[in-house]
Design a protein around this ligand. Structure first.
Ligand SMILES: [Fe+2]
Ligand SMILES: [Fe+2]
Length: 273
């Protein structure tokens, strides 16, 4: 893996923005924001795990990329925090208490589980995120967005793809125990997906009247939810692929569209290190 690049971005949070940032897709949009709430504390959890692992790693290039990974994730969670704060002020008063609950969930994991568990959890998250991002970019699911919020996600996607194999490489370097990684994977996947869906469901409930008024009644909503399920069903083969013998995130194919997106965000960054 070549050296990871950390792009410092400047998004204008003073700009007015629409909480439904995926145009015409209020449910998908709020589920994305549900995961933004998770990321605010999941990413610091992975940074803590990597920092704990760093002294044990004997490969200098890998350790250097672990530092870069921590810097990238630090930029990500800080932008998600700012976005979550901006969302809270848009009529979602309980968002703050959900964030606090999420913080305690990841603090508890840090304090009660082993380093091997943390790294297997991180690898599971990173591999699912990469599979999901490849799928979303290929299908253009976050192409049609309102304002700067889409840029936060697309920039984050690029860096997630860039460091897609880092957690895997660290886990392999220190443990390489596929059976344990697979077992933790079952737990971890359910753990963060359940949190994201629960937070997304809160946003949808809080925004229910506005959604019904602006985007049509229950029938239209049912059609949109069916579309989300249909779109996300395409992810199943990629997720199952992570259980295959010989699975490696190094095998993910980076398309010209992904490379172009990354080049654009490198250009837009106010600082690259
Ligand atoms: Fe990230
Ligand atoms: Fe990541």
């Amino acid at each position: 893996m070549s050296r990871l690049q950390v792009r410092h971005m400047q998004f204008d949070y003073d700009q007015p923005f629409e909480p439904v940032f995926l145009r015409g897709k209020p449910e998908a949009s709020h589920y994305f924001t549900g995961f933004s709430i998770v990321l605010h504390h999941l990413e610091p959890y992975m940074i803590r795990s990597m920092k704990q692992a760093m002294p044990l790693v004997t490969d200098d290039a890998l350790r250097d990329n672990m530092e870069q990974f921590c810097r990238q994730e630090a930029q990500h969670f800080q932008q998600h925090k700012r976005f979550n704060d901006a969302m809270a002020s848009k009529g979602f008063p309980d968002l703050k208490s959900l964030e606090e609950e999420n913080r305690l969930v990841y603090k508890h994991l840090s304090e009660t589980k082993s380093l091997k568990f943390h790294l297997a959890y991180a690898e599971t998250f990173e591999s699912l995120a990469s599979a999901a991002i490849v799928h979303e970019i290929k299908n253009g699911l976050v192409d049609d967005t309102e304002g700067f919020v889409g840029d936060i996600w697309r920039w984050h996607f690029c860096e997630e793809l860039e460091h897609r194999a880092l957690a895997y490489d660290v886990y392999q370097h220190l443990y390489g125990d596929t059976a344990y990684r697979t077992a933790v994977g079952f737990y971890a996947r359910t753990h963060f997906i359940k949190l994201g869906l629960r937070f997304g469901n809160y946003l949808l409930r809080a925004d229910e009247q506005r959604i019904l008024k602006l985007y049509g009644g229950r029938w239209q909503q049912a059609v949109r939810i069916w579309q989300i399920l249909r779109d996300q069903a395409g992810l199943i083969p990629a997720v199952l692929g992570t259980y295959k013998p010989g699975y490696s995130p190094h095998d993910i194919v980076i398309t010209p569209k992904m490379e172009e997106m990354t080049r654009q965000y490198t250009e837009q960054a106010i600082r690259v290190r």
